[in-house]
Design a protein around this ligand. Structure first.
Ligand code: ATP
Ligand code: MN
Length: 274
């Protein structure tokens, strides 16, 4: 059927017509049957109209590019109408978590000590574990979105498959801060915005990112957006303040070395954020 063809397309070579998405990555990575089934259902129910290429292949997750379908109602209304009442197709990013046990073993420090996961965290079953991570990321994104911290809007979750707003335009993903080639003025703005993100995450959302750096911040519409919040912890987590210090120094190091900025001391910034 049409949907089978669509599924095969994301697993075959040369499927991506946009630059900035990795053709090779798509072709080398074959989806596991569970993931295939979930994506297939999202296509056949009309939640998605198209899955078209791979945005990123990492050790923990792959991220795909997709377009909304005619029946694309998630947890939040993802479809927008213009003045003429026409529904516009939305671009999504779909994060598919990997079930490899090796990766998830060393993430334990983020979950142990989290009161939100006292029960229901199953260390022996990688498939359950990965579901917990996906759920955690959805919840964290939701909270950030609700509290006005710039991040992709979460749309829906099915097992280990998270659908969210695509940060980019017309198929072009917004770059990570690391790759954004900002001029000195923008660099300074990005630095301030990164610190504000950490502060707002902490003060408004009670969250510490836990893996914040130039890799997990996108430069979108001339602003910094935070991504990759699956490991973010509540601010009362026993290691939260250590994670926060690390986040601050990651950002500081990047803007000092690559941004050539005069940065504040991590101690001062810690005071500012908390
Ligand atoms: P990895 O194992 O590669 O580190 P990860 O768990 O860190 O995977 P993310 O950081 O959430 O996954 O996403 C990986 C990449 O996918 C990002 O660096 C970014 O380039 C792209 N990406 C993720 N979410 C979005 C989004 N909503 N819009 C556009 N691009 C995105
Ligand atoms: Mn990342």
């Amino acid at each position: 059927s049409n949907n089978v063809a669509k599924m095969e397309k994301i697993e075959s070579t040369g499927s991506t017509k946009y630059q900035g998405r990795d053709d090779r990555a798509t072709s080398e990575q074959v989806l596991d049957p569970r993931t295939r089934l979930i994506l297939f259902k999202l296509l056949s129910t009309g939640f998605l109209s198209k899955i078209d290429g791979c945005l990123s292949t990492g050790k923990e997750a792959n991220v795909y590019y997709a377009l909304s379908g005619s029946n694309s109602t998630g947890d939040v209304a993802p479809l927008t109408e213009n003045e003429d009442g026409e529904v516009t197709i939305k671009e999504y990013a779909i994060k598919v978590y990997k079930t490899s046990i090796l990766v998830f073993k060393d993430r334990d420090k983020y979950v142990t000590g989290e009161h939100r996961w006292r029960n229901g965290y199953c260390k022996s079953n990688p498939r359950k574990m990965v579901k917990v991570w996906a759920e955690k990321e959805l919840r964290n994104y939701k909270r950030l979105w609700e509290r006005g911290v710039k991040c992709p809007r979460p749309v829906m979750l099915k097992n280990h498959v998270l659908v969210m707003e695509f940060l980019g335009s017309s198929g072009w993903p917004s770059p990570r801060i690391k790759d954004a080639k900002l001029n000195p003025k923008r660099m300074r703005e990005a630095y301030v915005q990164c610190m504000l993100i950490l502060r707002h995450m902490f003060q408004r959302a009670n969250l510490v990112h836990g893996d914040f750096s130039e890799y997990n911040a996108l430069w979108h519409n001339n602003q910094v957006y935070v991504i990759d919040v699956s490991q973010s912890v509540e601010s009362d987590h026993p290691s939260a303040l250590d994670f926060l210090r690390k986040d601050i120094s990651n950002v500081n190091d990047f803007f000092r070395k690559y941004g050539k900025l005069d940065v504040m001391s991590t101690r001062q910034l810690f005071e500012f954020v908390t």
